[in-house]
Design a protein around this ligand. Structure first.
Ligand SMILES: Cc1ncc(COP(=O)(O)O)c(C=O)c1O
Length: 441
């Protein structure tokens, strides 16, 4: 079959999937208003935090928590939580060995040792039996990551945490709105974190949330940490709002490949900034713990109000893919389709390059979350990860592909992706064998 048969005009990508044209323009307009106010009215003007409070209150209501606080990012939320939990240097925290470097950063800034636990192939999250083996006298907490929106093996991990008196932080950066046994992920542990970085379920490019479920003391400390965050400077605020707004436009499906090229140029010339940092454990970057401009929380709040709709789309799209390739869910008791809202749909393929190329030629970007055990770094050792220590994670990193599930997909996109999936597995029988072998593990 000729690949070109599938050719089409729209392009599908993963970024700013909840940011529409109106909100993009709103962010850009506010960037200029911010600049104008800063320059004309007062250089030292202190912004309000009205929208940040409203957004946090909405979160608190949805998660029925005792507190919810906005932060500069998910990682700064982890930093705040670990600081509030009073861990000492050399204390150990169990972390999924298949994660974003952003999770390791705050630990290392605080001198805490990340202990990476390998994953299982069903959940792509920490394997409880391995977690148990890695507990020492110094272990103080466990960060349970719900990878792709699929629940980690939460019951067993909570039992272990109880047994060893460990604090539990749920990492829900990839799991906003997803559930386990009809209970929202993020409500099981002592606290949880969420991210609104560019590729997340709802996003304006930056931002994080901490939700506190238990512990009045912890709640007070995180609250005080959150209210003492400084604010970004006027120019940095301007740049962020402008970058988010313009990116929202450039990443629209109608112009994505061209837009993506422009974004890469803007990044190369330093006009746009990446959310990742040049990591040096001895130096916390200047803006790491600084609250973004308040308007971003207003836009996020609007998106949060549509969360059920977004999650519904994620669920429906995953069911469509399931039907094509008879995926994990059928095999996985942990994943009831009504519960699981996948931010991206993971599959393992033998030859990633082949798959990526086929989809790219047809205008569909596929993801590689996570392409390294501590993504996206070839230098996992700078995060104290020893190569070979999480074998399954490394295997998955070499074979993972993610498909889009987001709300900007239209019926035509979904049909095309399914056609391509069928084509791929039919044309390359060895891929089907590989796929099914991994399913049965
Ligand atoms: C699993 C996971 N946890 C935490 C984070 C941190 O989020 P942020 O980028 O907002 O710091 C990320 C970031 O992408 C992530 O993928």
């Amino acid at each position: 079959m000729n690949w070109m048969k599938f050719k089409k005009l729209r392009s599908i990508n993963f970024y700013y999937t909840s940011l529409d044209l109106i909100n993009s323009l709103r962010l850009m307009l506010n960037a200029f208003i911010f600049l104008f106010k800063g320059v004309v009215i007062s250089f030292s003007q202190k912004g309000t935090n009205r929208h940040s409070k409203i957004f946090a209150e909405q979160f608190q209501k949805k998660f029925k928590s005792i507190g919810a606080y906005t932060f500069a990012s998910g990682r700064s939320g982890i930093y705040a939580l670990l600081s509030a939990m009073n861990f000492r240097k050399q204390d150990e925290v169990l972390v999924t060995g298949y994660t974003c470097s952003a999770v390791a950063e705050p630990l290392l800034f605080l001198g805490i040792k990340p202990v990476y636990v390998d994953i299982d192939l069903k959940t792509f999250s920490m394997k409880p039996s391995l977690a148990r083996k890695l507990i020492t006298k110094r272990t103080k907490a466990i960060i349970i990551q719900h990878t792709y929106g699929r629940a980690a093996n939460i019951k067993e991990l909570l039992n272990i945490a109880n047994e060893y008196d460990l604090k539990v932080i749920e990492d829900c950066a990839l799991a906003l709105g997803s559930r386990h046994n009809n209970q929202l992920l993020g409500t099981f542990g002592d606290a949880s974190i969420f991210s609104f970085e560019v590729s997340k379920t709802i996003s304006v490019g930056w931002g994080g949330m901490v939700v506190i479920n238990k512990g009045n003391k912890l709640n007070q400390k995180v609250k005080s940490f959150a209210s003492n965050q400084g604010s970004l400077s006027m120019l940095k605020s301007f740049r962020r709002l402008f970058q988010a707004g313009l990116s929202g436009i450039l990443y629209m499906p109608q112009i994505y490949w061209f837009g993506g090229y422009i974004v890469s140029l803007l990044l190369r010339f330093g006009i746009f900034k990446k959310s990742s940092i040049n990591f040096d454990r001895n130096k916390i970057p200047e803006n790491y713990l600084k609250n973004p401009p308040d308007i971003q929380w207003s836009v996020l709040n609007g998106m949060f109000n549509k969360l059920d709709f977004i999650n519904d789309k994620q669920k429906k799209q995953s069911v469509i893919y399931d039907q094509i390739i008879r995926l994990y869910r059928a095999k996985n008791d942990n994943c009831k389709s009504n519960d699981v809202a996948l931010i991206r749909y993971p599959i393992l393929v033998k030859n990633k390059k082949l798959f990526i190329e086929l989809f790219r030629k047809n205008g569909i970007e596929v993801g590689q979350w996570f392409s390294h055990p501590i993504s996206s770094s070839d230098d996992c050792h700078i995060y104290d990860y020893t190569l070979g220590s999480c074998e399954t994670a490394e295997y998955v990193a070499n074979h993972i592909i993610n498909l889009p599930t987001h709300q900007k997909l239209i019926q035509k996109d979904s049909n095309l992706i399914c056609e391509l999936l069928e084509y791929f597995f039919n044309k390359y029988p060895e891929e089907r064998v590989f796929f099914e072998k991994n399913l049965s593990n």
